[in-house]
Write a protein that binds this ligand. Structure first.
Ligand SMILES: Nc1nc2c(c(=O)[nH]1)N[C@H]1C(S)=C(S)[C@@H](COP(=O)(O)O)O[C@H]1N2
Ligand SMILES: [Mo]
Length: 425
């Protein structure tokens, strides 16, 4: 990206030559390898794993990542994870690729800790403005027709919330890691509502969790009937306890708080309930003291995950810039990347499935000549919405809020490869 096309193809050849020197050398192709230095000769010696038998299948009934991946974990920020009354950790976005978040790495946000629920003791009640109140077991729900599998992102409205007043946390795990993207298995929420029979004045739905926080949110009936799901599966297996086992509400494209975990009750009503989580919390206080009401949809957003503060640039020459884009209004249509703080932009290459309301992966293959970079990405979605700058957002909303910060992120790559969270003024 910084070099001419001629230089680019020359050094690309150099890299391929080094990589072709032997499969056993591949592991040594870190920092030095990409620059063409000789790999450590010891790596070509016969190793223990080549000499001794490994574990058998009985040793690992449920597989775990390699011990060498032990740093790829959810992390929290000490001052943000005060207690079990309110806790949050973050997805290690900088260490992942593709669009699916592995189940054990999905960020968690709990308002009363993790409920450990025996599935045979769990029930879902549907009542209120319905023809007949119903109570379902999990097995009842699994017998409903119309089972479906859908990939959706879930983003907490507070994601990037610490960045409203300026660059704050050093790592995309912390600035953008309150998002995950998995394939849900379940049934349309519509199916159980229709089974109960909606009365004509049924306009809103209250969803309640079975955890200690009794999390409750009001959801417009229109959304509930359109694409919301009752989900029990996550990437092919049961939901994890952290994600609401055995049943959670899936509200595609809408703020994470509405995706009630450990879902136990659905009440049908004719107006919103004005619960704590939709009045004093999860509303955006504007500069003039008024609040935006019901900011349900997560607007288009993107972030460069590599390089980023926890994944700095390791070598000059060929590099793969990578990132994620998503929109609560539909599919991502384009992502632009800048390396000069937003003066010039180029369109990134999108790879992998492009699904509505799902994380979407983008890449820019480029050569780094060792100069300072100010890296940004800008997402566009199928409604024509363009991700704004942080200053544009501040002009419209002030800096009181912590929610719905989808402004453009800047990473400063220094000559030594170190990468920092900054803002371009
Ligand atoms: N029952 C219940 N549902 C809940 C919560 C909770 O604390 N209890 N937290 C909400 C919030 S604020 C978010 S952002 C998402 C987080 O989902 P996750 O833990 O799967 O990432 O769940 C939502 N659903
Ligand atoms: Mo949240």
């Amino acid at each position: 990206m910084t070099d001419s096309g001629k230089e680019k193809s020359a050094s690309r050849r150099g890299f391929l030559a080094a990589a072709g020197a032997g499969a056993a050398l591949a592991a040594g192709l870190g920092k030095a390898g990409a620059q063409g230095a000789k790999p450590d000769p010891l790596i070509t010696d016969i190793q223990d794993w080549n000499r001794y038998l490994g574990d058998g299948v009985a040793d690992r009934p449920y597989g775990k990542p390699s011990a060498f991946e032990k740093n790829v974990v959810r992390r929290d920020v000490e001052w943000l994870t005060a207690s079990r009354q309110s806790s949050v950790n973050f997805t290690p976005l900088h260490a992942l690729d593709g669009i699916i978040t592995p189940n054990g790495l999905c960020f968690e946000r709990h308002h009363g800790g993790i409920a450990e629920i025996a599935p045979d003791k769990h029930r879902l009640m549907v009542h209120g403005l319905v023809e007949k109140s119903l109570v379902f077991s999990l097995e009842d729900l699994k017998r409903f027709p119309g089972r479906m599998n859908r990939v959706f992102f879930l983003e907490c409205a507070a994601n990037s919330g610490m960045e409203w007043r300026g660059a704050q946390l050093n790592g995309c795990q912390f600035t953008h890691g309150m998002v995950h993207n998995v394939m849900y298995t379940g049934i349309p929420l519509r199916a159980v509502l229709e089974e109960a029979g909606l009365r004509t004045n049924a306009k809103w739905l209250l969803a309640e969790g079975a955890d200690a926080s009794l999390m409750t949110r009001s959801i417009p009936m229109e959304k509930a009937l359109k694409d919301a799901m009752l989900g029990w599966g996550m990437n092919g297996e049961a939901l994890r306890p952290e994600q609401g086992y055995p049943l959670r509400l899936v509200v595609p494209g809408w703020e994470g708080n509405m995706w009630i975990k450990w879902l136990r009750r659905l009440e049908v009503g004719d107006e919103p309930w004005q619960q704590r989580e939709e009045t004093s919390k999860y509303t955006d206080l504007l500069a003039d003291g008024r609040s935006r009401r019901f900011t349900f949809i997560m607007d288009a957003k993107s972030v460069v995950t590599n390089p980023s503060p926890q994944a700095p640039m390791l070598a000059k020459g060929p590099n793969v810039l990578s990132g994620l884009a998503w929109s609560g209004r539909g599919a991502i249509t384009r992502v632009d990347v800048s390396i000069d703080g937003g003066k010039n932009w180029q369109t990134a290459r999108i790879d992998g499935p492009v699904l509505p309301m799902s994380l979407t992966r983008f890449y820019v293959d480029f050569d780094w000549n060792g100069s300072d970079l100010l890296i940004q990405s800008r997402a566009m979605d199928e409604t024509g919405y363009v991700q704004p700058t942080k200053d544009e957002l501040r002009k419209a909303r002030g800096v009181n809020s912590i929610y719905h910060n989808n402004g453009i992120q800047t990473w400063h790559v220094k000559a030594n490869g170190e990468t920092e969270n900054v803002e371009v003024l």
